[in-house]
Design a protein around this ligand. Structure first.
Ligand SMILES: Cc1ncc(C[n+]2csc(CCOP(=O)(O)OP(=O)(O)O)c2C)c(N)n1
Ligand code: SF4
Length: 245
């Protein structure tokens, strides 16, 4: 029988993913691999990984990657891209990494219009370290550091990185997507491709935010997490392209 669906060459053959059931990190990892394959970029790519569950990819992907000290992926990507302009350089970061601990580096790289691509995974929580509040945690959503739920008076409101970066002049592409439906999985792939093509065309900074689920730290099974994502996360983080230059 002809095999029409399998893992891409960009994922190591002998590895089994350690992502929790229902986690979308694996989906996005696969999409990135497919895009690199289809664009013929596997051998000229460097992925700057954030720290957190997003960084677990280092054990699975079969192309060059570097672990960037927590939050600094955009700064590391800047250095690599400037010194290796022919390399496709992208960061893969969680919300704690990109929007909190590395906020200064993320904003500065976007403001300079660095010719890099950012894949930003917004699961509303710090995944790897057990569910602390992230900048994207919803109002009322429980976290280990906000056991009564996020309270704006005490913790502020969720941050919308796509819209915040839309205040800057330099970025070329700013978009938010999700992987909750097959249509959105396809759209996520298109946006990733667009971000990489922009870099090849020298257009500058591209950001693809992907709203994802973290069933483990949301305290839900995979299906309930999908419902939560659709009913609570997506109204707060609307999907679509905010800027395309
Ligand atoms: C400067 C610094 N602060 C804190 C940590 C501990 N730490 C490691 S992973 C992590 C959570 C990452 O969460 P997120 O970026 O949302 O990624 P996810 O695990 O959800 O993919 C934290 C706080 C660290 N490694 N370095
Ligand atoms: S803890 Fe959350 S982000 Fe980490 S692998 Fe599990 S579901 Fe994914």
């Amino acid at each position: 029988m002809e095999k029409i669906y399998s893992r891409t060459k960009t994922i190591q053959e002998d590895k089994v993913s350690g992502f929790c059931p229902g986690c979308m990190h694996g989906t996005v990892m696969k999409l990135i691999g497919e895009v690199l394959d289809e664009m013929g970029l596997v051998d000229k790519t460097l992925c700057c990984l954030g720290i957190g569950c997003c960084g677990l990819q280092m054990d699975y992907i079969a192309y060059d990657n570097i672990t960037s000290p927590h939050g600094r992926a955009c700064a590391v990507a800047t250095g690599v891209k400037r010194s290796n302009p022919d390399t496709l350089v992208f960061t893969y970061q969680g919300d704690g990494d990109f929007a909190s601990i590395g906020l200064a580096e993320s904003m500065s790289a976007a403001n300079r219009g660095e010719n890099i691509s950012v894949i930003f995974i917004n699961n509303g929580i710090y995944g790897m370290t057990g569910g602390q509040m992230a900048p994207t945690t919803l109002v009322g959503m429980k976290a280990t550091t906000a056991p009564q739920g996020r309270n704006p008076a005490e913790h502020g409101y969720p941050m919308h990185m796509v819209e915040i970066m839309d205040q800057l002049k330099a970025p070329a592409f700013l978009a938010r997507t999700s992987c909750n439906t097959p249509a959105n999985v396809n759209k996520t792939k298109q946006y990733i491709k667009k971000a990489f093509q922009n870099q090849l065309d020298g257009k500058g900074f591209s950001l693809v935010e992907v709203v994802t689920s973290c069933p483990t730290n949301w305290g839900m099974d995979a299906l309930k997490a999908l419902d939560f994502l659709e009913e609570k996360m997506l109204p707060e983080f609307p999907l679509g392209i905010v800027r395309d230059r």
